[in-house]
Design a protein around this ligand. Sequence first.
Ligand SMILES: [Zn+2]
Length: 426
Amino acid sequence: LASWKAKLLSYGGRLILINSVLSNMVLYMLSFFHLSKGVLQRLDYFRSSFFWQSGNETKKYRLARSSVLCRPKSQGGLGIQDLEIKNIALLSKWVYKLLTENGVWQEIIRNKYVGSNAISQIHWKPGDSHFWSGVMKAKEFFFQFGTFSVRDGSQVRFWEDTWLGNNSLMVQYPSLYRIVRHKFVTIKQVFGQENPDISFHRDLLGTRLAAWNELLTRLEDIQLSYEPDTFRWNLHQNGKFSVKSMYDAMVHCDVPVDNRKLWKLKIPLRVKIFLWFLNKGVILTRDNLARRNWHGSKTCVFCQHDETIKHLFFECKFARTVWAMVQVASNLYPPCSVRNMFGNWLRGTDKQFSAHILVGAAALCWAMWLIRNDVVFNNKCVKSPMQKPEDKDLFMMASTRLERTAREVFYPHGWRCDLRIGSTAS
Ligand SMILES: [Zn+2]
């Protein structure tokens, strides 16, 4: 794979390839076996080096941690699949099938591993098959996303599953759970006798006694029937399990950066990824390079300031000229930073309209980056046309034309002439 033509692909191509091929290749395996941390780390290493280095031998800078890349796009990541979580979600499908469906496969598994116990009660034993140990691993995560409706109580664990209230009793009465003699018992086992079969290691006193009395009152109304318990998957409105819903719930993130706007834009994927880099602050501008021990000039290629993302795209005289033209044409104040651009910049603007403006802004940033790279890598010389006398007339003519067009188009929408810059009026 490393020697494949990966280096010819852009970041966008590689992102698609990672999600469609690299991940799906192992998806089949992931839906049957629980992969060890070591294997998963190895896979992630390959995927990550493929993304950043495109399989080249040469080392490139990894600009963001792989846990960040794996976050969904709505949470500020690139949406590369997290294999460990995917593994758990895929294996959970078997738990769900075992719990809710009847068939030959379920029969065999129940006879072999479950017996008269509830599935939630079963634990991994030495000698279990690789497949089953994976299912058991997934089970640990599975039950927190569902609720049982108690019928005969045979599938529901009294303390650990959610069936009375919005949480498990273990969570609702932690002081009782800590000292209860029999954990992991089913409701059926608890209610098998006349009185609830619950005993504790210690005497109940004070708050524990109060909690116990409260729980007993709540249990008074519980009536078991002879039908099997039903399980409802809480992450889906129809109550049915889906791998995607579990995966999405588990790709949890602590920094909720909303990038949905960015990913919805109708622009080429490579520009989106570029903007994502921009937003993350990991574009290789010279200040970022310097932070990675790069020894070169930190100065902006267009002026004497240090080159940072904010400077290059918003504060440099080069960027300001570009944004000023936008302002002339559209009466739109330029954004002051990437965060601002995707944040409050267009607040109050009509939603459909603001999406179009963002596309334009994205194109501008992308163009500025390309021009900057032309200067840096191809030694191209970019000067403002105003500096070359022979181009000046042409530029004036062009901008007059631009302004006239802008006036025709934007005047009906409230464009104000007094906001334009320079003195190029016809
Ligand atoms: Zn500059």
